[in-house]
Design a protein around this ligand. Structure first.
Ligand SMILES: Cc1ncc(COP(=O)(O)O)c(C=O)c1O
Length: 393
């Protein structure tokens, strides 16, 4: 009864299926392929300790004080440099520090979306982005993906027809699909956003976790050449390359959006934890991040290769998947049409969990799909997980 007092926008808001699953994954003996969480054994204990010591000894007063809503200036400058290394030319002033990319998405949705505005997402897409856009009461539609990422021709047919406010995309090593948008499609997407005047929300948490030597330039890096600097917003995060618990991410915004984003940041939480920002800044100063990223990339690539070859050997006839070029996820489809939501009960009783694919669709889910994360399990657990999946068939 009392739930009627809830705002209509939150009445339909569900707890993330993945967070619910994580509860099961903590049960003794269960191997989790569920959560999209980084491997904590790879956290840079020594480097983070050095950063914490530096904060306490040189920034004590500042670290425990309120800060600017835009973020700590020296960290914004360091992020400008990091962005330049990714091919994005921006000013430090274009960078707003957020409490993770999740907050960037929430702020952008509130800055851009009126109830009923159309937001296009990939099919499948990041579950918590769906939550953000549904909270903003957007009309969410999806466009298919294949081995080259979002099918941009399908998007073109849609945007040419009716106005679209924004396209949300994880172009590099996506979550959950693991797919990467090809260079030709990147250019075309940026061109379409100029021609049909929609905003691209580019979400890029995983691009540094690249298993290959190929370079995937962000959409925002194409903006200048295509003359479309006003319609692309880029968010990224330290969550997957340094620490998710510090909650430090950022958003790079065009001039017209800056004031709104900073004001929304202010009304949300005034600013991201000064302590976390300073620790991140001091960590970057140690120069250890590139080595840390290389170590994470090698470890995840190894786990991916092991897991993929076990899956192919043991379950190759019932399950197919794209080979991701990076990131943390393997997205698969059961060739026998098995409903993976129902199958989970069985696999759980055999001691292995994954995330059923249905949660990653805004409508019309493919129930035969599933997402498996291979980065936190040990090598032996990965092999055992595949055996348990097979035994659950
Ligand atoms: C695609 C995508 N966007 C955003 C996030 C949120 O990241 P953060 O920890 O920076 O809030 C995640 C986390 O898993 C993600 O997969």
């Amino acid at each position: 009864m009392t739930t009627q007092k809830l705002a209509s926008s939150v009445q339909g808001l569900q707890s993330s299926a993945i967070r619910e699953l994580l509860k099961h994954s903590k049960m003794p003996g269960v191997i989790s392929l569920g959560g999209g969480i980084p491997n904590p054994e790879l956290f840079d204990h020594e480097g983070l300790k050095m950063a914490a010591d530096a904060v306490l000894s040189t920034h004590f007063g500042e670290a425990f004080q309120y800060g600017l809503s835009e973020g700590y200036p020296a960290l914004r400058e360091a992020i400008q440099q990091l962005s330049a290394d990714r091919g994005i030319q921006c000013a430090a002033d274009d960078v707003v520090i957020t409490s993770g990319s999740q907050q960037s998405l929430d702020i952008l949705a509130r800055a851009l979306i009126n109830p009923g505005d159309t937001v296009i997402v990939e099919r499948p897409t990041y579950l918590a982005a769906l939550q953000v856009f549904s909270l903003a009461q957007a009309n969410i539609e999806s466009v298919g993906t294949d081995g080259e990422g979002m099918i941009v021709d399908e998007l073109e047919a849609r945007v040419a027809n009716k106005p679209v406010k924004a396209v949300y995309i994880v172009p590099t090593f996506g979550n959950p699909g693991g797919v990467t948008l090809s260079e030709a499609r990147r250019k075309k997407l940026v061109e379409l956003s100029k021609r049909y005047d929609f905003v691209i929300i580019e979400d890029d948490p995983y691009s540094e976790i690249n298993y290959t030597d190929e370079v995937f330039r962000p959409l925002m890096a194409h903006a200048k050449a295509i003359g479309n600097q006003d319609n692309i917003v880029y968010t990224s995060t330290f969550s997957k390359i340094l620490s998710p618990g510090t909650r430090v991410g950022w958003v790079i915004v065009p001039e017209w959006l800056k004031r709104a984003v900073v004001n929304l940041k202010q009304t949300t939480d005034l600013h991201t934890s000064t302590l976390s920002q300073l620790m991140t800044y001091e960590y970057l100063k140690t120069g250890r991040l590139p080595g840390q990223i290389a170590m994470i990339r090698d470890a995840y690539r190894h786990k991916y290769q092991l897991f993929a070859s076990e899956l192919e050997a043991e379950l190759g006839d019932v399950l197919s998947f794209h080979k991701p070029k990076g990131g943390m996820f393997l997205w698969a489809k059961m060739n026998n049409g098995l409903n993976t939501t129902r199958w989970l009960e069985k696999t759980l009783s055999n001691g292995v969990v994954y995330v059923p694919g249905e949660f990653f669709y805004c409508n019309d889910p493919d129930y035969a799909t599933l997402r498996m994360s291979f980065v936190t399990a040990t090598d032996d657990q990965l092999k055992e997980a595949v055996k348990r999946l097979k035994a659950s068939l």
